[in-house]
Design a protein around this ligand. Structure first.
Ligand SMILES: Cc1ncc(COP(=O)(O)O)c(C=O)c1O
Length: 407
């Protein structure tokens, strides 16, 4: 690794207005060199370490079951409102924190399909995340619906024209990822939402790779439904629950399929039949995962303090830096950039491609540089703007160049 490379990274860190916020994270220990996977599992905050212990000592232990009446019962909705306000551009009463993304996706897609009787097509793309494809295959089989597949350019993503070409009077629902999990392509959510609405269908955006890394305006874009996970850029910790968004104008019309007692209008009456609660509560099924909701609160506070515009500006700078370094250090070894080069079409991660990455990524992990491997030959470099430094990027990609050079 050259001194010039490290000096250039240090200069970028010195000029980064968000750099001081990196000290809020629990320092990487042991062999930690560069964490390039914050888009898969965010790092813990020091505040979270303290707040988890405080919850056990000051809330759970002394309050015990009384906690349910003292805020836990409403936490899917109160935390949902906070998450919606800070990261989704969603007014209160439209976001819930519950389930896993997979389960929330099933619930909202199934409800959407039932709300469009007489329409039998669901549009999805071949590059969407596996769970989205699998869940919709299941729903299609269950409801006798037909999946209509868009085949996007794998180095980019689904375009508005492609959506316009396959939607029509038969379309019930369109399910797309806002940021593609492999290429990092940032879809034009407002334009696509408008196209879907023109044919009378509903749209669901999977925000797993975009919530917390760039400004989202679900209300302003007139989005119908959205889901996302909270363990990536929202640093909720492994297995933290998902969020779901349902536009207020649709809530009365939608009936979700997992009719549990917690979504009942009067859960503690424990009566014979199911009657859905009003508003977002009807999208809850079972007991809220209270402990799993703690860590993301700290990250939401930090995002609010930093401001999502500033987070996005750093995210663009980091991903651009990855592309510049890849062009300079890695293309001589045959590495290709498999993500959009236009800043405004790129999300928070960059995919690099090389036939040897399958073997190389475990060697990087052994040396404390941690990106993701995505088959068949992709190394996904994830940048979490509040915890990732330019120095980490330089060290990480410098090591990739070293290892490729030794082959
Ligand atoms: C785009 C996308 N959708 C859905 C999921 C699945 O989420 P979960 O495993 O929380 O159900 C993921 C997980 O990484 C994802 O990246």
């Amino acid at each position: 690794m050259t001194a010039t490379l490290m000096a250039s990274a240090a200069a970028l860190d010195a000029a980064d207005p968000l750099a001081p916020l990196r000290d809020r994270f629990v320092p990487g220990e042991g062999d930690f060199v560069a964490y390039l996977d914050g888009n898969s599992l965010g790092r813990p905050l020091i505040a979270t370490r303290e707040n988890l212990a405080r919850f056990v000592d000051n809330v759970w232990a002394p309050r015990l079951i009384r906690g349910w009446d003292e805020g836990w019962m409403d936490s899917p909705l109160t935390l949902g409102d906070t998450l919606g306000r800070i990261t989704l551009g969603a007014a209160a009463g439209q976001t819930v924190v519950a389930d896993s993304t997979t389960v929330m996706l099933y619930k909202l897609c199934r409800a959407a399909l039932t709300a469009r009787p007489g329409r039998s097509e669901i549009v999805i793309d071949t590059e969407n995340f596996p769970t989205d494809r699998y869940v919709l295959e299941g729903i299609a089989a269950e409801c006798n619906a037909r999946l209509v597949w868009i085949e996007p350019d794998p180095l980019a993503g689904v375009t508005a024209d492609q959506v316009a070409a396959v939607t029509g009077p038969e379309t019930a629902l369109v399910v797309l990822s806002h940021i593609a999990f492999k290429s990092g392509y940032l879809a034009d959510a407002p334009a696509i939402t408008e196209i879907v609405h023109r044919c009378g269908a509903l749209v669901l955006w999977d925000l797993c790779h975009s919530a917390g890394v760039l400004p989202i305006e679900l209300d302003a874009w007139d989005v119908d439904l959205a889901v996302g996970c909270t363990y990536k850029y929202l640093n909720g910790g492994p297995g933290a629950p998902a969020f779901g968004y349902v536009a207020g104008r649709l809530q009365g019309e939608l009936r979700q399929p997992i009719q549990g007692w917690m979504g009942h209008a009067e859960p503690f009456t424990m009566g014979p039949g199911y009657a859905p609660a009003a508003g977002m509560r009807r999208f809850i099924s079972g007991t809220p995962p209270v402990v799993g909701m703690l860590a993301m609160r700290d990250m939401l506070e930090l995002i609010e303090e930093a401001g999502l515009e500033a987070v996005r500006a750093k995210s663009v700078a980091l991903t651009r830096y990855v592309i510049d370094l890849a062009d300079e250090l890695l293309t001589p070894f045959g590495v290709e950039v498999a993500s959009p080069r236009e800043d405004d079409r790129r999300g928070g991660h960059v995919m690099l491609s090389h036939p040897d990455f399958h073997e190389l990524v475990p060697q990087l992990w052994e040396r404390g540089v941690i990106p993701d491997f995505r088959p068949p030959q992709g190394m996904r470099v994830g940048l979490s703007p509040l915890s990732t430094s330019f120095t980490e990027v330089a060290q990480g990609l410098g090591l990739v160049a070293d290892l490729l050079g030794r082959r």
